[in-house]
Design a protein around this ligand. Sequence first.
Ligand SMILES: [Zn+2]
Length: 330
Amino acid sequence: MSTPALHGNFIPVDLSPKKYSKGQDVPSLAEIAPTGKIWDKHRANVDQIAYYYATSGEDNFLEYAWRMRMCSELLEFRLVPEETEGIFELKLSNARFCRVRHCPVCQWRRALMWKARAYKTIPQVVADYPKYRWLFITLTVKNCQIKQLRESLDEINKAFKRLTELKAWPAKGWIKSIEVTKGKDGISAHPHLHILAMVQPSYFSHGYISHTKWVALWQKCLRIDYQPVLHVSAIAKHHDPKQLIPEILKYQVKESDLVSGKEWFLELTRQMHQTRAIAVGGILRHYMRELEEENQDLIGDREEIDEVDKRSLFVKWERKLQRFKIMSDT
Ligand SMILES: [Zn+2]
């Protein structure tokens, strides 16, 4: 199955290797393919985060910095001919990723991987349970100090577990992801949950939960004395639940929040260490595997690129220029 988000269109230039040997100005990836700009942006942020870690004075962070420095330095793209002659699609076929949790390139690739998995899975679920309806739920708590983030995430996860154990909990299967944004004050954190849940068709006539009741249930599960903010919306019958997947499986922490300040970011890393990002529950467990990702998962689906065309394009990250530059094509 095609995962278009992993790829980018490629506009060819003369790529003969000898043309730009010995210091001649070689084109950057961004100059020949739209995907180049996206790679440049994420990779530049890797350098920024690596700098935060490198200057933190903490040993384990120095190790992250070292790994990140080498993340996705070299990329190999397979050139797959499009219908129009001379136009190729670029498909990433080889790269080394650092897999440091908050690495901007790795979290971007990870989100693509989850989307690709979900795009394969959700249609199977819909085919098996055609009458089921889908809810999109966002559950929040009050902002916390960044130093209290771990505690707050623990509370949220415990409360969510209690929620799913209630008799009133209507979902038969769900995907849950945690997102943390930076508070408007620039120092606090706003943790919240996004949930895509499938409910029986009878939900709207029996056991329907109003917004007021959702708030009361979530407040009870959180064991707090204020009414928490939450949003629940039903996906219209004829709408494909798959369309909600990018919203559910987007980044845990927005890239712009990651790079917007060293101290907040370093504390975020400490607080989120070994916390879980995405969980699948109920009958959806049978459909989505929650395996540890491997380097290959962050590259993409190998089946699609096998033996279509042997021609490859190699690019290298030029730190000083903050650009991916073409090395050669073979
Ligand atoms: Zn990385």
